[in-house]
Design a protein. Sequence first.
Lengths: 114, 113
Amino acid sequence: DSGVTQTPKHLITATGQRVTLRCSPRSGDLSVYWYQQSLDQGLQFLIQYYNGEERAKGNILERFSAQQFPDLHSELNLSSLELGDSALYFCASSPSPGPPYEQYFGPGTRLTVT
Amino acid sequence: GENVEQHPSTLSVQEGDSAVIKCTYSDSASNYFPWYKQELGKGPQLIIDIRSNVGEKKDQRIAVTLNKTAKHFSLHITETQPEDSAVYFCAANLGAAGNKLTFGGGTRVLVKP
């Protein structure tokens, strides 16, 4: 158990809908990362937050957004969902954004868009 | 941006044999190289990492080597056991100060008893 928690574990929704994925980092970690894992794209970095502020962006679609709250938990919002958004979404956390620290991953949320 | 290539994509070994997975990266400024193990239905688990000021690191049956000049790093698993069966991912951070990770495509390792 990495200490990173994610809810829900599974999510099934229809195209065009909006969902929110939640992540709680390990105790003491201030930085949160979101990754998407799909069969064709592999594991891809989406976005990073540190202590409530956006720190870095990766291949995140405009339909996706995220935030980190004062209690350090983070939410990833996916809107206008398409079939291609079906994937595993992972959250990871580290003590700070750098120098490079170990990132510990949560168990993930499996999103299925029908 | 950073590009990480990982080989092989699948690896089948007999229990007790060694397994080697190789990765190359493109960004010469990268200085952190973790390896993750992902079992079915679970998130990636950090198993070992290496920083650019070190050439080799060992932890029991696993070891990682780094060749900065050639920009490649490898994972070595000795005395493989059935519980080592999983998908393994290498990764590299983007830039010397960054903590964004770029992942390789993964290697599915099957250890046959």
